[in-house]
Design a protein around this ligand. Structure first.
Ligand code: C2E
Ligand code: MG
Ligand code: MG
Ligand code: MG
Length: 286
């Protein structure tokens, strides 16, 4: 796993910082150039079906390969991009790249789904569905919309539930599914989400990482899986770092697992090798 956390401290987003400081201006200008200069790269982290042991999806995770500061992780620039409006073109780049990648895999027989993260602003973009549609159907070969899952956090929905519900319904009408990411860290409850046509619930890694040591976390994971299943959602556990955690998730009936125990996020070429050589081979979708 080549990517290391950067020590480029000045790039950290700090909401307390005056928006007009030199650092923010520098970051903003660097970010603009990042797109022009092709400095973004997508890494892909496998999701396996816990019961069949097979890879059925990947999550696309953006990195910024900064010429001076090295690999910069999304938590250090996505919130900034969101707050400044730079997120629009970044999201478009992510969607275009991820969908093109998925089409390429499809041509070589790798029929994996791809999960793509979007921020509140991008999710609320009234053109999101149209953009997805033209990416899926454009450029010669078609990608079935069922291959795409859009990940949003629960807090996006809390801002405006009506609007959020409408946006989810339009995606579902297109055939694209929606996952709630980092579930358990926000302010919503399953009772609140149950009216929404969500497909997948991703249990936040903070609960999964400690579940074999911390009984409270294990209880949270167990009850989230049960409630989610009763509401008809597919459940993904993220942050699966050990064999013990994976075994416990299997006992609890969790559907999919994602985490360092299975694989770190990988650049495209390494992902291909991983898929070819690892014990988890491509399987039917869940
Ligand atoms: P996320 O969507 O919840 O992604 C999961 C994060 O957990 C990733 O961090 C991943 O590398 C990390 N992770 C995976 N397995 C494990 C594990 O076993 N243990 C631990 N401790 N961590 C694990 P990453 O790649 O740094 O991404 C951070 C966040 O940035 C993502 O959280 C997502 O919210 C956001 N993000 C990533 N890519 C994009 C993107 O293309 N667009 C947008 N809007 N946001 C993105
Ligand atoms: Mg995610
Ligand atoms: Mg998450
Ligand atoms: Mg997260």
């Amino acid at each position: 796993y080549a990517a290391k956390h950067t020590d480029a401290g000045f790039l950290f987003y700090d909401p307390k910082t005056d928006p007009h400081t030199q650092q923010r201006l520098q970051l903003s200008s660097d970010l603009r150039h990042a797109l022009e200069r092709n400095e973004f790269v997508l890494y892909y982290q496998p999701q396996i079906n816990i019961h069949s042991g097979r890879i059925i999806a990947v999550e696309a995770l953006i990195r910024w390969n900064h010429p001076e500061h090295g690999m910069i992780f999304p938590d250090q620039f996505i919130p900034f991009a969101e707050s400044t409006g730079l997120i629009g073109p970044i999201t478009e780049w992510v969607l275009r790249t991820a969908i093109a990648q998925c089409k390429t895999w499809q041509m070589t027989g790798m029929e994996m789904r791809i999960a793509i993260n979007v921020t509140a602003r991008s999710f609320q973009d009234p053109l999101l569905v149209d953009k997805l549609e033209s990416l899926l159907y454009g450029g010669g070969n078609r990608l079935p919309p069922e291959r795409i899952e859009i990940e949003i956090t629960e807090n996006i929905l809390m801002v405006d539930i009506e609007h959020g519900a409408k946006a989810i319904r339009r995606l579902r009408d297109l055939g694209v599914s929606v996952a709630i990411d980092d579930f358990g860290t926000g302010y919503s409850s399953l009772a609140y989400l149950k009216k929404l046509p969500i497909h997948t619930l991703k249990i936040d890694k903070s609960f999964v990482m400690n579940m074999t040591e911390d009984d409270n976390d294990a209880v949270i994971v167990r009850s989230t899986i049960d409630l989610a299943h009763n509401l008809g959602y597919l459940v993904v556990a993220e942050g699966v770092e050990t064999r013990d955690a994976l075994d416990l998730l299997a006992v609890l009936g969790c559907d999919l697992a994602q985490g360092y125990h299975i694989s770190h996020p990988l650049p495209e070429d390494e992902l291909i090798l991983w898929v070819k050589n690892s014990a988890w081979s491509i399987g039917e979708s869940a």
